[in-house]
Design a protein around this ligand. Structure first.
Ligand code: PXP
Length: 242
């Protein structure tokens, strides 16, 4: 069992609120500082092609403001590769990105995109950036991630979060089985998407998982209780589940 499950806080939606008025407030950098002060383990940010939340200058400002590792979520494009190589985040999580989607709707097709991903993964790994692939908990995708040389896979928990009853149990088993298989094959498994106070504990209890990345719910809760209290409560729930 990985003893302490890390919590990466995705601060994209602080930037979404800022961008709604086009000014500087609320600043995602301040959110990153609060996450650091409250014992979060990392900052996750997704620089989208349309820059709808995090913007290019935010990356450098976040890196300058805290010592927490930055996990840069990025599409598999030349533009994003250039940006990642310039900023050298601790980790790069390659995600699928469709222009019209509201959020990252499913996992990356690491198997189908092998030829496109292979040079990208190599460039990132060669620069010392830890590469994570955001995939469905599926043996074919895990095997593809291994072939690509990714050090980390992040399992998309959206299906789990949206399911109820027996379907949710089945989703949980799928993620749990794949986390065990990942560790057996030397890959570090993470998970994220759609996690809330209500659904985080069964995921946090999967012993092989090393990190959860949680954003939208925490930023939403922060509106009511503040980011510090929201992160603390999520941390407590995760710890209690282990
Ligand atoms: N992990 C990855 C790879 C993501 O792309 C996202 C955002 O879609 C998250 C975690 C966080 O998801 P959420 O905002 O639903 O907590």
């Amino acid at each position: 069992m990985v003893s302490r499950l890390r919590l990466g806080v995705n601060i994209d939606h602080v930037a979404t609120i800022r961008n709604a008025r086009g000014g500087d407030h609320p600043d995602p950098v301040r959110a990153a500082e609060i996450v650091a002060a409250v014992g979060g383990d990392g900052i996750t940010a997704h620089l989208r092609e349309d820059r709808r939340h995090i913007r290019d200058d935010d990356l450098q400002r976040i890196q300058a403001a805290t010592d927490l590792p930055l996990n840069l979520e990025m599409a598999a494009t030349e533009e994003m590769l250039r940006i990642a190589l310039r900023h050298k985040p601790h980790a790069a999580c390659i995600v699928p990105e469709n222009r019209e989607e509201r959020t990252t709707e499913g996992g990356l097709d690491a198997a189908g995109l092998h030829n496109r991903l292979a040079p990208l993964v190599t460039r990132l790994v060669d620069e010392g950036i830890r590469v994570s692939l955001f995939i469905e908990a599926d043996p074919r995708q895990l095997e593809a991630a291994m072939r690509l040389g990714a050090q980390v896979v992040e399992f998309h928990t959206g299906e789990y979060a949206n399911a109820e009853g027996a379907k949710r149990e089945a989703e949980l088993r799928r993620i749990s089985d794949m986390a065990a298989l990942a560790v057996k094959n030397g890959i570090e498994p993470h998970a994220g998407h759609g996690l809330t106070y209500d659904n985080v504990q069964p995921i946090a209890a999967i012993p092989q998982l090393a990190e959860l990345n949680i954003g939208h719910y925490l930023v939403g809760e922060a509106v009511f209780v503040g980011l510090e209290a929201a992160v603390r409560r999520m941390r407590d729930l995760m710890d209690d589940a282990r």
